[in-house]
Design a protein around this ligand. Structure first.
Ligand code: ZN
Length: 432
């Protein structure tokens, strides 16, 4: 018996607040969880800066990764097992792809990737295929195994059914994060009947489909995603924290490039500023490391770096107003000029931020991150795309909602408005 089929002498369980227990029997799964690259996910929050709004949202990518694994394990071991459409040999590839799908996420992913022009998906591939502990464990299964797992995550794996379990519009990833994020933020939306969905999921050639009797559970899932996006993921205050975080990194990079002497030299960021970083530099970063720099940078001589760091650490965030770029495009230019005159650098203190989401889409050919539509299996065996049967899904499908906000340091302007008439003018214009 090879490593591939090796089971633990006794099943291991992780206690989990969302799925109650995460079950591990396969030796390879257990060994991967123990690697340094996987353990690193404990030090990266699932929701970035959201904890500054919903204080419970301290949960990590480690928990979410185990959760996605557990949902997929239940689908393949309980739901699909013994079904002629399901190839048992793909079980292990599917489980590992679920476990490792977010492996390359960096600290405060969104802001970090944005400033350094990186993509966590490339890092996921690089960690699975590179000289890492994860790779060494996967290679014990077979020399091609790491590549197969990476292909599922990269959506190039030939069996589309396997890919759809990790990445589609009703995948284990979404099913876990919606419930987990709802649990940790404490909001009442985000809940849906996953047990029912798992019970009616069926393997089909191209993807997992849902028996038509489960349609209402799926409607509930799609609506809960819609609400979570606008109530939690795009919350304007956590976006404010993200704006500040982005600007801290921009400022530090700029200072580094102009030869500024830091009190606390950014050793961990240096290779990212220079774009000479190695995989190990990326793995060495986590949110603890980043927050430590921000804490120390509150004492820097550069007033912008010190102020932004202090704003992040002490949660003195930017205020925001609604902003319509279509009709108010001249406003940012005028405001920018006023900021300059008033001695406030608009590059760091006047920021437009936009968020948008597509709650459900029936067909988006060729678009980046294209996701498969959800199909219902009708009693006749025919597959029907869900928005053709559900009025609720039809009413929101394909509709992208975008929200623009303009962020600025209201506290600073308020404090100085009596001495500086320009501050008053700026406030007036922003609130106008
Ligand atoms: Zn995920």
């Amino acid at each position: 018996m090879g490593y591939k089929n090796e089971k633990l002498a006794e099943e291991k369980v992780f206690k989990d607040p969302v799925h109650r227990y995460i079950h591990v029997r396969d030796k390879v799964v257990w060994d991967v969880i123990g690697t340094r690259e996987f353990q690193r996910l404990r030090r990266i929050r699932q929701l970035g800066t959201t904890y500054l709004v919903f204080h419970g949202a301290e949960h990590s990518r480690f928990q979410h990764s185990l959760g996605v694994y557990e949902i997929v394990r239940r689908i393949v071991d309980d739901g699909f097992s013994g079904r002629p459409e399901w190839d048992e040999d793909e079980r292990l590839i599917t489980l590992l792809a679920a476990l490792l799908h977010d492996l390359g996420h960096g600290p405060f992913s969104h802001a970090f990737e944005n400033v350094f022009d990186l993509d966590h998906e490339n890092f996921t591939q690089a960690i699975i295929l590179g000289d890492t502990e994860v790779n060494a464990v996967l290679r014990q299964v077979s020399s091609e195994f790491p590549q197969k797992v990476a292909d599922v995550i990269g959506k190039t794996y030939p069996d589309k059914l396997v890919v759809s379990l990790i990445s589609s519009q009703i995948d284990a990833d979404r099913m876990d994060y919606l419930q987990r994020d709802a649990y940790y933020t404490g909001v009442s939306y985000g809940h849906f009947d996953m047990e029912r969905i798992l019970r009616v999921m069926r393997p089909s050639e191209e993807q997992a489909v849902v028996k038509s009797s489960g349609m209402h559970a799926v409607e509930d899932y799609i609506m809960s995603r819609y609400q979570m996006y606008w109530q939690v993921y795009f919350h304007p205050v956590s976006r404010s924290a993200e704006v500040i975080l982005t600007k801290i990194l921009h400022r530090a990079k700029k200072l580094y490039e102009t030869g500024y002497i830091f009190n606390q030299h950014p050793v961990h960021f240096q290779s990212f500023f220079d774009r000479t970083f190695l995989l190990e530099d990326y793995i060495a970063l986590d949110e603890g490391v980043m927050t430590t720099y921000f804490q120390m940078w509150t004492k820097e001589k550069d007033p912008i770096l010190a102020d932004l760091s202090s704003r992040f650490i002490n949660r003195r965030l930017f205020q925001y107003v609604e902003f319509n770029p279509a009709t108010e495009y001249t406003k940012t230019g005028e405001l920018s000029a006023l900021f300059e005159q008033a001695g406030i650098d608009p590059d760091y203190y006047l920021v437009v931020d936009s968020s948008s989401d597509l709650p459900y889409d029936f067909y988006r050919p060729g678009e980046e991150n294209e996701r498969l539509p959800i199909f219902l299996e009708m009693p006749t065996g025919e597959l029907r795309e869900i928005s053709r049967s559900s009025d609720i899904v039809d009413s929101i499908s394909g509709k992208r909602r975008t929200d623009h906000k303009l962020y600025f340091p209201e506290d600073l302007l308020e404090k100085g408005k009596d001495e500086n008439p320009l501050y008053r003018q700026i406030l007036h214009m922003l609130r106008g």
